[in-house]
Write a protein that binds this ligand. Sequence first.
Ligand SMILES: C[S@@+](CC[C@H](N)C(=O)[O-])C[C@H]1O[C@@H](n2cnc3c(N)ncnc32)[C@H](O)[C@@H]1O
Length: 363
Amino acid sequence: MRPSARTSAGYRAYSAGDVERLREVLAYRRLGFGLREIADLVDDPATDVVAHLHRLRGLLLDQRDRAAAMVAAIDRELEARAMGIRTTPEEQLKVMGEQLYDTIGSAYPAARRTEPRIAAKVRDALGDAWTVLNVGAGTGSYEPPDRDVTAVEPSADMRAQRPAGAAPCVAATAESLPFEDQSFDAAMAFSTVHHWQDPIAGLREMRRVARRVVVFTYDAGTTGWLQRFWLTRDYLPEFAGLLVDWPSLAGLTRAIGGRAEPVLIPWDCADGFFEAHWRRPGAYLDEDVRRAVSVWARVGPEAEQRAVDRLRADLSSGRWAERNRDLVALDAAELGLRLLVARTIVRASTARSRPRSPSMGGR
Ligand SMILES: C[S@@+](CC[C@H](N)C(=O)[O-])C[C@H]1O[C@@H](n2cnc3c(N)ncnc32)[C@H](O)[C@@H]1O
C-alpha cells in the first residue's frame, strides 16, 4: 500500500480508494491467499468493488461454515473421549473435512431408558435420603422423581438432552465435585464409573460429599468376566482390552467403604446397556442398539463388524441357539453387574445443597 498523497506536514494521506484496497488485501490475507495472488485479485481490472465484496463475502461464509463444522466435530470428539470412547483414525480425519460423525450422545436417549426393576433397587439403596446427587447423570435415567436431585454431567451433549423439568445439572466431573463435604444425603452413580478417568478418585469424592453412596457398575474381576457373557466370550474378545486398568470390585467398594450386591439383568431389560439383550441376541445386529453403547465404538469398527457378522451367521445357522440353550429358561442373568452401597446414618436434610462454585451448566 502506498499512500495516494502526503499532507503539507509530510504525513501519509490515504484516500477512500486506498482504504477499500487495504480492506480487500487484509480480507484476502485472512483467507489465506498469498501476497502475489492478492495483488492479481485486487488489481484485476474486470472486478469492481461490489464484485470484490461479493466474492469476499462468499469466501468468508464458506470459511465460517467449515470452521463451525470443525468446532462441532471437535466438541463431539471431546465429549466422546470424556465418555471413554476413542475415535478411529478415520473418524479423526473426518474432523478436518466436511463430514461430521454421529456421536453416541445423540443415539443415547433412543435406547437407554430406566429399567424399573433396577430402579427399584437403586431407590431401596437410597433409603430415606432426600437430597440426592446423581454423578455422571446423562439424560437422567434412574434419578428418583420424588427426591431433591442435583445432577452432575460433564458432557454438554448429554446435558442438552436432559428432558424438560429434569433436575438441575452441574457441569463437572466425578473426580472433582464442586460441593462441600457431606452436603448431600446420598450420591448415586449409574453406569458411568467405567467412563471416569480415575474411578477411585471419583468414588472417594462421592463419599466426601454424601453420607450414603449408591453405585451401579460391574465386576470385571478375574473370575471369568469374559466367559460369563456369550457376546464377549464368543464374539467380542476385544472387550478384554477395555478392562485393562479397571480397578477390582474390592478396590471400588473400598473407595466408598461399602459392599457389593449382585444385580441380575432381567431378560427383557428396558435399559439398552451392553448386557441388556443377553436373551435377545438379534438386538445386537441392530446398529441403533449398538450406537447407544460405548463398548462398540471403543473396540473399533473392525472388531464390531466381525462380531456382528459372526453373530448374524450363528443366529441363522442355529449355532448360537445350540450353544446358549440354557439361557432360554432364564428370566434373569448374573452378568457381573453390581450395586455398590455404602450406608451410614442419614440425617435427612430439607434444604437443597448448593454447589461450591455456582457452575450450574445448561441442563
Ligand atoms: C453410560 S452414560 C450413563 C448416564 C446415566 N447415568 C444413565 O444411566 O443413563 C455415562 C455418563 O458418564 C458421563 N461421564 C464421563 N466421564 C465422567 C466423569 N469423569 N465424571 C462424571 N461423569 C462422567 C458421560 O458423559 C455419560 O453421560
